[in-house]
Design a protein around this ligand. Structure first.
Ligand SMILES: CC(C)(COP(=O)(O)OP(=O)(O)OC[C@H]1O[C@@H](n2cnc3c(N)ncnc32)[C@H](O)[C@@H]1OP(=O)(O)O)[C@@H](O)C(=O)NCCC(=O)NCCS
Length: 436
């Protein structure tokens, strides 16, 4: 599930520990209330019981630090004939529906449910607004299963009230490539919260994943559950600081004026790197090679083939943008960067209804310094009228965040594996996986 998937969401960069508020107006002192509240909640949640998650094959809090437990699957697969054949029971007023994401009408219903009920930041100022084109892209990768796009409807009105999805992926953990489901878009209508519907949704998607003979999953959340394989932070780079400040996403730094702030974040009009251009279909083999080679150094990363790269990285308007550097001399493809488009609704602002955010996706530098490559990514994102560029501290992102004037957000994103144990938690820089 996406960023802040809870609080780093549109992830207001409001609390900026160890960030220089003199130069970065997005920064604020460490002690902001929401940071304190979040840290408190996280610490409480470590001691909290998780009636549902404690019954599942996931790493448990009590096992943290027990290095006798083996890495790998927690439970072995069962025979397919032993997988429950009927869906789990729902409360009697509700029924399961498989959402046909090829149907514009169904896609619209899913879009509307998420637009009104999906992830908000801690202060309820922003809510993710995944576009229909984005949902179609995210939910229909190569080999996707229609049966993994699961909805719940009210029996009487047929209104869609809950949703959860999986898509298939091959994810490498150390030397092992594991078939997994990437679980995303878990959403229960606001009026149906706290009724233990989420555990039923999770069990049902798990059952349908098992029916395809897949026994592991990867997912992210803004909440602490048993137990994260790593915890990442979102960073935000203002592209349109005035709007970000106007809508309360960021604040003017101490001793900063609006005009100094605008100047601070100003970017050149066009990318600096010779040979920097849009990725095209003919680049798929070269980008696949570049990316596979790069991702091989991380402990957990997707095992992309050319079909995956074509789907996930070939530019799709208003969904995903990818650029590469083609050497003007040798025509070799040496570097690559990409970001996806995920706007957020701005709740209750008179002047602005949408925050246009770009999210760093996969980036590979071999010849162009990563800092310069990402600065070019910021420049093209600005040209495309994004308000903010977000990046997690995964892979080598830490090496450019501060220098390129990203400020830390106030939310965290926890990564999880289902039915796969990792002995020690990873550092974010050991993770080569970005989920949408
Ligand atoms: C997330 C959401 C579906 C949970 O539903 P809910 O009505 O609040 O909670 P329920 O009573 O149905 O279920 C609670 C159980 O679900 C678990 N849960 C809550 N959020 C979860 C998440 N994001 N991922 C996995 N499990 C989650 C809880 O930990 C709890 O299990 P536990 O007792 O073992 O701890 C709902 O709050 C929602 O739609 N929120 C907005 C969208 C969102 O945040 N989606 C998740 C994105 S990662």
């Amino acid at each position: 599930m996406a960023d802040n998937k809870n609080n780093s969401l549109p992830g207001s960069s409001k609390d900026n520990p160890d960030h220089d508020s003199e130069t970065n107006p997005v920064s604020k002192e460490n002690s902001s209330l929401s940071t304190i509240v979040r840290r408190f909640k996280d610490s409480v949640s470590l001691g909290k019981t998780h009636k549902f998650w404690e019954s599942q094959p996931v790493g448990q809090f009590k096992d943290i630090g027990d290095s006798n437990l083996p890495e790998g699957p927690i439970e072995p697969p069962t025979l397919l004939s032993e997988v429950k054949q009927e869906p789990y029971n729902l409360p009697s007023q509700y029924e399961w529906t498989t959402c046909d994401m090829e149907s514009d009408e169904t896609c619209r219903e899913v879009y509307d449910l998420l637009k009104c009920n999906y992830v908000e930041d801690d202060e309820n100022m922003f809510r993710f607004n995944y576009s229909q084109e984005f949902l179609t892209w995210a939910l229909r990768p190569p080999g996707y299963y229609r049966s993994w796009h699961i909805g719940v409807r009210a029996k009487s009105s047929k209104k869609l009230v809950a949703f959860i999805t999986g898509v298939p992926a091959r994810i490498r953990v150390r030397d092992e490539v594991v078939k997994m489901a990437e679980i995303n878009f878990l959403c229960v209508h606001k009026k149906l919260r706290s009724k233990r519907l989420a555990p039923v949704m999770i069990k049902e998607v798990t059952r349908r994943v098992h029916l395809e003979n897949i026994w592991q999953a990867a997912y992210t959340a803004g909440v602490v559950l048993p137990t994260p394989i790593t915890t990442c932070q979102y960073w935000h780079r203002s592209l349109n600081p005035k709007k970000l400040i106007d809508v309360g996403f960021s604040r003017l730094g101490a001793r900063m004026t609006m005009s100094r702030t605008i100047k601070l974040y100003k970017l050149p009009d066009s990318p600096a790197t010779p040979g920097f251009r849009n990725m095209e279909l003919r680049d798929v083999p070269a980008v696949t090679r570049l990316l596979r080679n790069y991702l091989s150094q991380f402990v957990v990363a997707p095992d992309f083939d050319e079909n995956d790269v074509e789907h996930w990285l070939l530019p799709t308007e208003n969904v995903v943008d990818s650029y590469l550097v083609e050497s003007p001399e040798t025509h070799e493809i040496t570097d690559f960067c990409s970001f996806y488009t995920l706007p957020s609704s701005i709740l209750g602002n008179q002047n602005h209804s949408t925050l246009k955010a770009a999210y760093s996706y996969y980036n590979v530098s071999t010849k162009t310094p990563l800092l310069q490559l990402m600065n070019d990514a910021l420049i093209v994102a600005k040209q495309k009228d994004f308000d903010v560029f977000n990046a997690l501290d995964v892979m080598h992102n830490e090496s450019f965040l501060k220098e390129l004037k990203f400020g830390p957000g106030d939310g965290q994103l926890h990564y999880y594996l289902y039915n796969y144990r990792i002995r020690h938690a990873l550092r974010p820089s050991e993770l080569g996986l970005v989920l949408l």
